[in-house]
Ligand binder design. Sequence first.
Ligand code: ASP
Length: 481
Amino acid sequence: MRRERFKLLLKENLLTLLTITGVIGGIALGIGLREIPAEGGKWTPREVAYINFVGDIFLRMLKALILPLIITSLISAVGCLDLSLSGKIGGRAVLYYITTTIMAVILGIILVVTIQPGKGAEATSTEVTGETRNVTTTDTLLDLVRNMFPPNLVQACLQQFQTVLVPPKHNPHEQDLNLWSVSGKYTDGMNIIGLVVAAIVFGIALSSLKEEVQVVLKFFQQLSHTVMKVTGWVIWLSPLGVLFLITAKLLEMDDLGVVFGKLGLYFAVTAGGILFHGFVILPSILFILTRKNPARFIANMGQAIATAFGTSSSSATLPVTMQCLEEKNHIDPRVSRFVLPIGATINMDGTALYEAVAAIFIAQLRGLPLSFGDIVAISITATAASIGAAGIPQAGLVTLVMVLDTVGLPAEDVSLIIAVDWLLDRFRTVVNVLGDSFGAAIVAHYSQKELAAIPPREEAQKVPRNSMGNSAETVLFEERL
Ligand code: ASP
């Protein structure tokens, strides 16, 4: 038994070690391979796509897990708690999310206002890839709320709603957006926030119907368990996956030296702030509130950190985050499966800090003086923009338009920082994922007593040990859920 446990421990840590090696290997390989094409030459997009192949397969597998994971984990976690307890756990999670996001924004503002990276920097913009949208902040916020209530759940798995503003026919060059007419369209991309809300509501209904719907609840619990099993397999691809994702990204980039030369200080301030928040402030909060060892906690999240860095997506990392949190940090699955999917959708400390820094940096670059009121407005919209950003690569850059809008800067100005955004995005995704994980641990700590008071459900107890070839731990975990 002891040898078994030792082997299991080695197996788990070996994978984390391999994934971190994958990240480092990817960076080394990417930088090394950039030198291969002849002087001044570049890898062609086709070659980069081939190199990215394994990474792409890994990403596709992770993405495939998002939908089943979110739905089953939320329904089963909320369904097995009674209403007042779900309310308490949800309330604690939201309190944590809001407090830490505001702290991140304040830290960002302090850094960018004191260091002033935008003073004296050159305002050279890079081509904006993709369309820039003409929208007002109110429209973006209203879309967020609209998307919480999808009219069609099947469509919500594929598309989300977006307001579009159309210029008046008689004056297509009208500058005042208030005079544009408003219509809506559905754009591609899963409406995760809508599915989260629907799953919570469904879970609440199950929990209030109690005994009548035990079979349905059991169905979702076992489905959730099955999805986690598949996640466990996919994770084995992460060392290779992140290696190829990072290598391909580095090969695709323009001259790295030139890019960082221009935006170096902005990059350093943002990345420094994000890392300080994620690796100093949040761990201190964890320690103060729970007395858990933050270093060990972070080390146990290594796999998720590396995956977040490799994929730039907190949604795609969600399966790995859940696995690390439950299996390694031993957080109660009733809490992790409840608060993690919500956190991955709305709690983004790294993004919030970045939104504030980026907007103020651009204002400094443009020589726009900011009043105290402007700074307050920026901090509020930066918080909202981080909530509205999806957990996908560079979503923060899109919602930044909203923050720029509050101080009267045009949407096109995002092009000023686009060159380093791919890398900053990786840092903010890491901290977004870490923030959710610390949050789950803190909420689990404060909910410990209430959760312990719930007797294990009868049916779960009847599951014979190892009936499905599961280890004792898995059966125990089923009982808790
Ligand atoms: N990529 C980030 C995430 O998935 C969002 C962002 O662009 O800041 O968490």
